[in-house]
Ligand binder design. Structure first.
Ligand SMILES: [Zn+2]
Length: 369
């Protein structure tokens, strides 16, 4: 395969680079990249991959564009609100570069389709916003020996790394499961500066292009931490965790372990948490559980597990609304607010547990079933 005259003009600045040239540009044209998640990170990454002439790009996302996405998800415009992200993304990218091929996948990335999707591509971009999916990307890539480029963002900080997928360190070396949820807050819960995913997505794009071109100095065995407020970039060396379940023990992981794990928190709340799977069993058995949602009324209206809504900031004043005869199970989006609520209720001698990993983990469990 070579380049058409129009492609040669479009990629003129690449052709002038000794490290790319015609040979490298043809490598980009022949490359197949799968982008999992077309949100903030994916927006910037996909634009640059398409502009660079990466020949085939898969986009996995079943979300719909919403108004609040437009603060950072630069692939989309007001006219796309209500459209499927993967379809809107394809339209935008084809308008930018009609010489490439885009495969949109209007589906969630889950255990059932993970291997089938990834095996069709050379390299994967992990542009997701939750840990359950990140672990699934890691485990699948490790098992079928595909490299992936990780990034995450929260508030004013981001991180990026490259995992080669067949040798450690792997993503599970970096985040042994139980600490992961606390280590990074979900961006929609803690907020994120809109430019940050743009920056990290562009970094993922650079690493993917370097990998395709077989250029040296990838972020393999390294974690780049970015603090955009201080405008600081720090690189940390990653070593293989000698107890890693995946890359050391090569343990086959079916469901991400947290769905079944007993809680193992470091802040003495280990007796007060319940995993998504355990809660599901309790509810199925018809146990007397008092579900308490401590999110905002807007979040509750959008989606809830039932039960009573008392936002965290009102909890101390509204304890009389709780039922002392039932086990209270507190939930929120990712677990942070419900941990705070659990501490309040323990001090008031309520029987209480919090849903580990919150609705994110609950939803991932339901999706994985
Ligand atoms: Zn590992």
């Amino acid at each position: 395969m070579s380049l058409t005259p129009n492609e040669a003009i479009q990629y003129d600045q690449h052709l002038k680079l000794e490290a790319i040239g015609l040979k490298g540009q043809v490598k980009l044209k022949n490359a197949r990249v799968l982008c999992i998640g077309a949100g903030g990170l994916g927006s910037s990454l996909l634009y640059y991959l398409a502009a660079a002439g990466v020949g085939t790009i898969g986009i996995v996302d079943d979300d719909v564009v919403e108004l609040h996405n437009l603060q950072r998800q630069i692939l989309y415009q007001h006219q796309h609100i209500g459209s499927k992200k993967c379809i809107a993304a394809k339209q935008q990218l084809m308008a930018l570069n009609p010489h490439i091929h885009i495969d949109p996948y209007d589906e969630k990335f889950r255990l059932k389709n993970a291997k089938e999707l990834i095996k069709q591509y050379d390299i994967v971009a992990d542009c997701t916003d939750n840990f359950a999916t990140r672990f699934l990307v890691n485990d699948t890539c490790f098992n079928i020996k595909k490299p992936f480029v990780f990034a995450s963002v929260s508030q004013f900080q981001g991180q990026c790394s490259v995992f080669l997928g067949e040798e450690g360190p792997c993503f599970r070396c970096l985040f042994p499961y139980d600490s992961a949820m606390d280590a990074l807050r979900d961006c929609s819960e803690g907020g994120v500066l809109g430019v940050l995913p743009g920056l990290l997505g562009a970094m993922q794009g650079a690493e993917i292009i370097k990998w395709i071109l077989q250029l040296p100095d990838l972020l393999v065995g390294k974690l780049l931490m970015v603090d955009i407020l201080k405008m600081q970039f720090k690189e940390y060396r990653l070593t293989q965790n000698p107890e890693c379940q995946l890359c050391i023990y090569q343990q086959a992981i079916n469901l991400p372990s947290k769905f079944n794990s007993n809680c193992n928190e470091s802040d003495n709340l280990s007796d007060h948490c319940i995993s998504a799977n355990e809660l599901r069993r309790e509810l199925n058995k018809g146990e007397a559980v008092f579900l308490l949602d401590v999110r905002t009324p807007e979040e509750f209206t959008a989606y809830n597990l039932g039960g009573v809504l008392i936002p965290l900031n009102e909890l101390s004043q509204r304890l009389a609304e709780l039922d002392r005869n039932k086990m209270i199970v507190v939930y929120c989006k990712s677990g942070n607010r419900s941990i705070a609520a659990t501490k309040i209720l323990i001090n008031q001698n309520f029987g209480v547990k919090y849903l580990q990993g919150g609705l994110i983990q609950w939803q991932e469990l339901i999706n994985a079933l």
